[in-house]
Structures are given as C-alpha cells and as structure tokens.
Design a protein around this ligand. Structure first.
Ligand SMILES: Cc1ncc(COP(=O)(O)O)c(C=O)c1O
Length: 440
C-alpha cells in the first residue's frame, strides 16, 4: 500500500485523536534515515521523539534483541527473574547522578515511570502534594496529565485532574515569568517555589517537586546553571524530594548521561524512558535506596515492566553510548546545530531564540523579535514543508512555535549537513511564500 492508501486505511480504522504529523508510512529505517513505503528517503531530525539516540537498527541492538526473542520474551520479572533486568538496573544506578546507593525498577512508558515516582515520593514522605512547573510535560495518564502544563492539545476536555498539584513558572529566560534578564536577575524565579509555600501550599505537605532538567515538550527550555541547585536547596530545607524527569533529557541526549549532571544536582528520584530501550518500550524509576526501599514488597509493579527483550536492548544502548563515545558526539552535534541556527537567526528574524544543551537543540519562532509573539502558524507551515522536503521533524512549545532538533547521536556529518541545508532552504521557501501572500 502507498502513503495515500495507508492514510485512507488509517481514517477508517483509528480515531482522529491519535497524533498524525504527516501522511508518511515507514518501510525501513537505518541510522538517521527513514525510507517510506514509496521508497522515498527522509532524514530523521526527530529520532522518534528522542528515542533513537543510537540510531535506527543499530547492529548491536538488532543482534541483542534477535537473540533474546529466541530465548524467552516474557516471564513477568516478578514471577521468574532474569539477569538482564538486574544488569540494566545496575547500569542506570551507576550512571544516575548522585554519589549514594540507588535502586531502579522498570516499567513500560514514561508516563508509567512518572506515576510510580509520584507514588513512591508520597509513600516515602507520607505527604500528598506535588509541585510541577509551567510548560512541563510528564505524560498523558491522569496523574501525569495533571502534572503536565500545556492545555492544548493535551488537557482540553479531559478533566477532572488529580488534586494536590501546584504549579510554578519555570526558568524560561526567553520569556522570563518575572520580566527580568539573566544574569542580573540573580535567578529570582527560583524563589517562586518558596513563594508557593506562602501562597498556595504548606511546604510540610509537599512530597515532591518534579522537574525536567531541560524542558522537552515545553520547547527545550534551558534553565540557568544555578537554577536547579537553588530549587534543590529549597526542597532540602523543607524535606521535599526532587524528582528529575529525565525521560527526554536522559541517555546521553544532552552530552551527559543525564541532564541533571549539567546543573550538578543529584535528584532523590529520577525517571527514564524513551532512549533507554532504543525503541523497545521500557522505562525506569531510579532513586535513593532508602526512598525506593521504603515501599513494602509488591507495592509497585506491572506485568510487562522490564521486558527481557527491552532490557537487552537497553544494555546494548549503554554499550553503544560508551564504546562509540556518544556523550562527546552529542556535544559536537549540538554545537554544530547551534552554530548553523545562530547563523540562520541573523538572516531570519522569525527565529526568535536558539537554545539547547548537547544534542537537544531548538529554535523558537516568533512573528516579531521585539514583541516575541509566537509564530505558531509559521511553524506549522514550516514543519509541514520540511516533511515535504524530506526531513522528519518535531515541534514543541506551549504555543506550538518551537522546532526541535533531536537527531540520532549516531547521525553522519554529511546527513546532518544535508538536513540542515534543507532546513535553511525550507525557511527561505516558507518566508517567500508568506511574503508573497502578504503582497511584499
Ligand atoms: C519529560 C517527559 N516526561 C514524560 C513523558 C511521557 O513519556 P511516554 O510518552 O513514554 O509516556 C515524556 C514524553 O514525551 C517526556 O518528554
């Protein structure tokens, strides 16, 4: 079937609520290239939402998965255990920030990991409230959707949401919630957490603050260097746990194993998913041993969590990141993308901001660089054109005006350069079309 036939089949089989960015159906994918059912090749600048950090069909992942699938594919870890689960937990514990004993267990999706981190934080502290951030994304199940900030398309129509969740602004410097400028501001926004304890919720009722080290769906919002440390200190002062949601930032994406390392913060609990299994669904909750062990036996668990095939894929991912130097590679790639985007920004005022850490880079599009009015419509047209021109891409941002660059960390230099050339050409193309539509 071709793309059009599959699009028609889709319309007659699945609900419209399932996201559909472009009418493209994959036949195969290799490293940073995706080939559709009509034989057309695309450069992958989305990596399945930051999942394919080691590239599509890495030979080590394929070999590990094939071998495991022929041995056993499921026992339920709670009924019959297997070593790969333990080895993967060992790896995550070793690489997670914090020089203390840790424990990890596995689940199936990012949302499920966040759900469990919240359960454990409440259990360990005996407190009920959770503080989350504006522009945060933590998933689409009821607790995680309650923690997620963005209303459209995620929250609209799905309430009521979980109670005892409080929200404060994040350190979004491009759109500072306090209209201040870094570094002169002294990171005043971190004090909004303390402020919440005076105005919204008793600090002694708060189990945890949950934060993405760099906000993902919010638009790759990078806080200043000292921000997370300030948040952590306020948490510590009140006996509140810090949950780092590393689902998008983890597994080498930012040039470190986990994003919090950039801020020199060791969270009490951490969630992982996405790139951990190179496309095989697996997620984890990692935390200080005493917090994780506070929960009674059988208090947490799931049928599929830590599936043996996914665990083997996860071990291969760790191996690949280590042996192929992908942490360093993420920095090189990110610097290169940032340089190209900064150069483009000089010629295209629609690029209001360029930001990122490691290979987690984004550009925020605006109608006017002074007013910073979000250019959501432009971004939508640009992204659709980018697909047409052969680049799989992904947006972000509360106002849908951010374009993310989430390339596999294994992408070849030439493929990256080709993709960035297409970005440049597409930008000019969409600007020209917008200009002629406006009669310029
Ligand atoms: C930071 C963060 N947390 C949680 C999630 C939810 O993960 P999943 O889609 O696997 O449930 C995501 C997904 O984009 C995410 O980026």
């Amino acid at each position: 079937m071709d793309n059009a036939e599959l699009t028609a089949l889709r319309a007659s089989t699945i609900p419209r609520g399932v996201p559909a960015t472009a009418p493209v159906y994959v036949a195969k994918a290799q490293n940073a290239l995706v080939t559709d059912v009509e034989g057309r090749e695309y450069i992958d600048f989305a990596a399945g939402i930051g999942v394919m950090n080691v590239g599509h069909c890495h030979p080590k992942v394929v070999a590990a998965v094939k071998e495991q699938a022929g041995l056993y594919s499921h026992t339920c870890f709670g009924l019959v255990g297997y070593e790969s689960y333990l080895r993967l937990a060992e790896k995550v514990n070793r690489h997670a920030p914090g020089d203390f004993a840790k424990r990890t267990f596995f689940l199936n999706s990012g949302a499920e990991a966040v759900e469990n981190a919240v359960k454990i934080a409440r259990y360990a502290t005996g407190r009920k409230s959770i503080v989350a951030f504006e522009d945060a994304f933590h998933g689409r199940t009821y607790m995680t959707l309650s923690l997620t900030s963005q209303v459209s398309p995620y929250k609209v129509g799905f309430g009521p949401y979980a109670s005892d969740i409080y929200r404060i602004p994040y350190a979004y410097c491009y759109r500072c919630p306090l209209a201040l400028t870094y570094p002169g501001c002294g990171c005043e926004c971190a004090a909004l957490l303390q402020n919440a304890f005076d105005k919204h919720v008793n600090a002694e009722d708060v189990a945890a603050v949950i934060a993405e080290p760099v906000q993902g769906e919010g638009g790759f919002i990078v806080p200043p260097a000292e921000y997370m440390g300030m948040i952590k200190r306020i948490c510590d002062d009140h006996g509140i746990l810090l949950i780092a949601d590393e689902i998008q930032t983890g597994m080498g994406r930012t040039g470190k194993w986990f994003g919090m390392e950039h801020w020199d913060v060791a969270p009490d609990l951490m969630t992982t998913a996405k790139a951990l299994g190179a496309g095989f669904p697996i997620a984890g909750v990692t935390g200080r041993q005493e917090i994780m062990d506070s929960v009674h036996p059988s208090g947490v668990g799931t049928t599929f969590g830590g599936n043996p095939v996914a665990c083997k894929a996860g071990l291969a991912v760790f191996d690949i990141i280590e042996t192929e130097g992908l942490l360093d590679r993420a920095v090189v790639l990110g610097d290169h993308i940032l340089d190209r985007l900064h150069a483009l920004q000089e010629q295209h005022p629609v690029i209001g901001d360029v930001r990122g850490v490691g290979a987690m880079v984004a550009m925020e599009l605006v109608e006017d660089p002074i007013t910073k009015k979000p250019a959501g419509d432009f971004a939508k047209t640009f992204r659709a054109k980018l697909y047409e021109n052969g680049v799989v891409n992904i947006g972000a941002g509360t106002y849908h005006n951010v374009v993310r660059f989430l390339v596999p960390l294994t992408i070849e230099d030439s493929t990256l350069a080709r993709g960035l050339d297409i970005v440049e050409q597409t930008l000019a193309q969409v600007e020209a079309a917008a200009g002629s539509a406006a009669g310029h």
